[in-house]
Ligand binder design. Structure first.
Ligand code: SAM
Length: 304
């Protein structure tokens, strides 16, 4: 499914279905022995979306890795567990450092605004497309979940003028902010990725923090993984090649881009992030490029 400039989706279609996919992986990761994460909202949210394949996965009727010899499906659950924990810890550390404003870009079915222990006075903004936000907010209310911070949803496309929409919803650019861009960059055109970081930088008071992860090959390695899974998942009725939703083209590495505009940047390759949580990142040679994915954290200096 080719991307177009103004394309729209809900959680059962196009880019939106990837939010349901990763939430299903969080639901599976949450019920593993000795889990790295606890996301009690992932399974009910996925069920509410109603994509049969993912509902069956969260209900344990089928497994992501049924019939998969490549190891790609197993890896997805592990990657989501570690990735979720990495971003959870990022927000918790930012809050401990006194940051009281958070922006979750491309929030999808992320439930951090509901499940993290936000300090009193915290304001959390979630940005995503209108149908995505509306569905999650309504479903969370229906299952009796209440936000654990002051939650403000900002329904806007991240290829459009999202800073204006954020400000219109009360965003304070004089206060330090913790920003996350999780599972987002490959779904933006390369120039929109640069603009995203320009906008974040312009909105960030000194002491602001940012976390993201990216693939130096701009997603080709994830593409190989998703193509390996497509045939198997299509047999269960989910016939989407996620890599077709990525925007192609050369990208400026986020670490370089951010360092050049005043952020102190740290990156860690994925095996190191796994090791930090006591997990091994074992992949077959076919999927070896996935080792190169980088987790990035950055702090904004004083030179605004
Ligand atoms: N961050 C969430 C998580 O990790 O669970 C969701 C990740 S999901 C793989 C990708 C998300 O990016 C979807 O929720 C999708 O709606 C959002 N997204 C992608 N491109 C977007 C755009 N141009 N504007 C707004 N949201 C976008």
């Amino acid at each position: 499914m080719a991307r177009t400039d103004g394309d729209r989706w809900d959680l059962a279609s196009s880019v939106g279905s990837t939010a349901t996919m990763v939430a299903a992986a969080r639901a599976v990761a949450s019920r593993e022995p000795d889990p790295l994460i606890q996301d009690p909202y992932a399974a009910p949210l996925v069920r509410a979306v109603g994509l049969d394949f993912f509902t069956k996965v969260v209900d344990g009727q089928i497994s992501f890795d049924d019939g998969d010899d490549s190891g790609a499906a197993r890896l997805m659950t592990d990657v989501m567990a570690v990735r979720t924990r990495f971003f959870d810890d990022f927000f918790i550390e930012a809050a401990s450092a006194g940051v009281r404003q958070a922006v979750i870009l491309a929030s999808g079915l992320d439930s951090r605004a509901y499940r993290l222990d936000w300090p009193a006075g915290s304001v959390v903004y979630e940005i995503d497309q209108p149908a995505v936000l509306e569905f999650k907010t309504t479903t969370m209310a229906a299952i009796g979940a209440a936000p654990a911070a002051q939650l403000r949803t900002v329904a806007v496309d991240l290829r459009e003028d999202w800073p204006k929409a954020l400000r219109d919803n009360g965003f304070d650019d004089t206060a330090a902010t913790a920003w996350s861009a999780e599972g987002l960059l490959v779904y933006l055109p390369p120039d929109a990725q640069d603009r995203l970081f320009d906008n974040i930088t312009a909105l960030s008071a000194p002491g602001s923090r940012l976390a993201t992860e990216y693939h130096p090959d701009a997603g080709a390695s994830i593409g190989a993984r998703t193509r390996a899974l497509r045939e198997q998942w299509a047999g269960h009725g989910f016939d989407v090649d996620v890599s077709e939703l990525f925007y192609a083209g050369e990208r400026t590495p986020p670490a370089d881009y951010l360092a050049a505009v005043g952020w102190r940047v740290e990156t860690r390759p994925r095996p190191e992030v796994f090791a930090g949580y006591g997990r091994r990142f074992d992949v077959t040679d076919d999927l070896a490029a996935l080792r190169d994915s980088l987790a990035l954290t950055a702090i904004k200096g004083d030179d605004r």
